[in-house]
Structure formats: structure tokens, C-alpha cells
Design a protein. Structure first.
Lengths: 113, 114
């Protein structure tokens, strides 16, 4: 079965650079969530989109932005990167009216030097 | 974590033994879910229990929910080396069929010793 696809899997950037992460949800899933997980930490909710509209917002820095496109894929844009942004970034998807579980991708590991 | 706190934070047991992990949360919820994460990998859904349920089973997994104490426990019976992973509880406040975010607890790192 198709899963959530994230790219790139690994990314190394310098401070103050910009990074873009992509997420392709499971087909027919209408909701995408972004989570950030620091080393040894629990996943922290950043932002979510339902039917291409922002549905909820968590602890996402102002330097970050995201959107969901017409084909339901989503992109997380991160600018003015800081050392503290180094983390695993997960995308998850679900569909309204489903079982309530989230399906996670394998994550994108961002390292800021 | 702002919502779930898990206990213990780390647990090591011998293969074949049972492992119990606990989770507490602070706000009212609609459902509570458990996820597993192998090191550096994505989270995998294990089991979901709704707020009007008290116990649920799935294979070697048993989950309980006590909404009066705002706590849940995950029991893994007859543990295997492949069960070595971090386990997170996550809560959802909204509708069971909605698309509200999940709020994760701090996780328990389980190590099964062969």
C-alpha cells in the first residue's frame, strides 16, 4: 500500500540558509500534518492543512511557512535557519471520516551547521 | 510535553517478559492512541482507544484508559527483540472522525534484552 512520502530524507544546511521539505500524502487523504522532533524529544505539532486550507497551527516559528497544493502534497519552507532547527521533520496524513489515526512518513532529517 | 507524560521514560526487560508503559494527560480527550517509533524512523500507529472505552486488545497489545485519572497504559505481552523501540501516547481532543492534530507525550524507550 502507498505510504506518506517525504523528501529529502536528509538535508544539511548552514545557518541563515533556507530549506524546503516536501510531503506527498497517501492517495485520497485530505489532511496533512507537520511535526518537528528534536533529539530524544516527543514530536511537536507545527501546522496542518485540510483540503488545502490551514486547519490548525502549533508551535511553528514565524520563519517557517507551509502550504498544501491542489494535488494535496505539502511543502514546509524554513528560512533563516538556526542551529536549533536541527531535527527530524515528520509529515503525516489522514482523511476526514477515517479511523482517526495518522499515517507518518519516514521523516526528513535536517542538520543545520 | 504539554499534554502527555509517560512513565517510565526508559524500560529494559528480558525477552518473553511483559512490558507496561503508562501515559498521563491533562485535558479532556476524545481518543488516545499509541504509536511506536524505531530509532530515527517514522511513527507507526499501534492502537486507538476512544474516551468511552476502558480496554482494548490487539494481538499482544492491551490498552486501558481511565478518563477519571486521565491516564492510559499499554501492555505488551511476551515481548520480542523486535519490540525494541520508543512508544508514544498521543491524544486527540476533537471528533473521532475529524482531522484534529494529535498531541504526543514524551515517550518510553523500551529495550528488549535477548
Amino acid at each position: 500500500a502507498a505510504g506518506v512520502i517525504q523528501s529529502p530524507r536528509h538535508l544539511i544546511k548552514e545557518k541563515r540558509e533556507t530549506a524546503t521539505l516536501k510531503c506527498y500524502p497517501i492517495p485520497r487523504h485530505d489532511t496533512v500534518y507537520w511535526y518537528q522532533q528534536g533529539p530524544g524529544q516527543d514530536p511537536q505539532f507545527l501546522i496542518s492543512f485540510y483540503e488545502k486550507m490551514q486547519s490548525d497551527k502549533g508551535s511553528i516559528p514565524d520563519r517557517f511557512s507551509a502550504q498544501q497544493f491542489s494535488d494535496y502534497h505539502s511543502e514546509l519552507n524554513m528560512s533563516s535557519l538556526e542551529l536549533g532547527d536541527s531535527a527530524l521533520y515528520f509529515c503525516a496524513s489522514s482523511f476526514f471520516g477515517g479511523t482517526g489515526e495518522l499515517f507518518f512518513g519516514e521523516g526528513s532529517r535536517l542538520t543545520v551547521l | 510535553s504539554q499534554q502527555g507524560e509517560e512513565d517510565p521514560q526508559a524500560l529494559s526487560i528480558q525477552e518473553g517478559e511483559n512490558a507496561t508503559m503508562n501515559c498521563s494527560y491533562k485535558t479532556s480527550i476524545n481518543n488516545l492512541q499509541w504509536y511506536r517509533q524505531n530509532s530515527g524512523r517514522g511513527l507507526v500507529h499501534l492502537i486507538l482507544i476512544r474516551s468511552n472505552e476502558r480496554e482494548k486488545h490487539s494481538g499482544r497489545l492491551r490498552v486501558t484508559l481511565d478518563t477519571s485519572k486521565k491516564s492510559s497504559s499499554l501492555l505488551i505481552t511476551a515481548s520480542r527483540a523486535a519490540d525494541t523501540a520508543s512508544y508514544f501516547c498521543a491524544t486527540r481532543r476533537g471528533s473521532n472522525f475529524g482531522n484534529e492534530k494529535l498531541t504526543f507525550g514524551t515517550g518510553t524507550r523500551l529495550t528488549i534484552i535477548p
